[in-house]
Design a protein around this ligand. Structure first.
Ligand code: PGA
Length: 257
């Protein structure tokens, strides 16, 4: 089965309003009409509307970097799934490692965010990945399978079509050191197998599993060519229009092969 690649840019806590609009405009101009793969950008919350306006007539989708699981009320600083829908978001990142390890989000919290996102019609991207110490201790598979299993708790087979998983080894994020294609493929194949066990082989074949962690133009081809890598979640390189577009073009080449 040919899964459509998804190349998503996670801008994290970067850009000003003007930079966000300029970056989005440049992407629309360069890759805004591509249909062979899916493209998304996840700007900071304050710029969702502005970026949404820029990309609205293109094939680039809008994503958010986080969400809260309640509908509304006294949750100072939080943003609901309905608000993200209002801003025309399609995707939402849940459980990014920076939220797990800097903010302290638990698997349980991430699971609630994921369930709420699905219930509101958003497409969550569940991020999982091991720390360097966990890899060195030989715990990668255990850590990642636990994050996947707990993250998907209570998600029925019927709604799994809206879920994307992103394998992002923490030691590869923002370090310039990517997982080798072999390292990434090993873990991603395990995740797919696990999805087959939790759900069934059809869902395992359908689900998109992205790789994230220092993806750049120079390593995108070999990573995206791996059988169980269905796209990329790109941080640093998504802030430069040329680099992000080149990664997209590498993805196009791979999907045409
Ligand atoms: P990076 O970030 O590409 O800068 O390593 C990836 C991510 O955190 O999603």
């Amino acid at each position: 089965m040919q899964r459509k690649l998804l190349i998503a840019g996670n801008w994290k806590m970067n850009t000003t309003h003007d930079e966000a609009v300029a970056l989005a405009s440049s992407l629309v101009e360069k890759v805004g009409t591509i249909e062979e793969l899916d493209i998304a950008v996840c700007p900071p919350f304050p710029y969702l509307f502005a970026v949404g306006e820029v990309i609205k007539n293109s094939n680039i989708a809008l994503g958010a970097q986080d969400v809260f699981y309640e509908d509304n009320g006294a949750y100072t600083g939080e943003v609901s799934a309905a608000m993200l829908k209002d801003a025309n978001c399609k995707f939402v990142i849940c459980g990014h490692s920076e939220r797990r390890h800097i903010i302290g989000e638990s698997d349980e919290l991430i699971n609630r965010k994921l369930l709420k996102s699905i219930a509101e019609g958003l497409f969550p991207i569940l991020c999982v990945g091991e720390l360097l110490t966990e890899r060195q201790a030989g715990e990668t598979m255990e850590v990642v399978s636990q994050q996947v299993t707990r993250g998907l708790e209570g998600v029925s087979a019927a709604v799994m079509k809206s879920v994307t998983i992103a394998y992002e080894p923490v030691w590869a994020i923002g370090t310039g050191v990517n997982a080798t294609p072999d390292q990434a493929e090993q873990v991603q194949a395990m995740i797919r197998q696990l999805i087959g066990q939790i759900y069934d082989s059809t869902i395992a074949k359908q689900i998109r599993i992205l790789y994230g962690g220092s993806v750049k133009p120079s390593n995108a081809s070999e990573l995206l060519a791996c059988p169980d890598i269905d796209g990329a979640l790109v941080g640093g390189a998504s802030l430069k229009a040329d680099d992000f577009c080149e990664i997209i073009n590498r993805g196009l080449e791979v999907s045409r092969e």
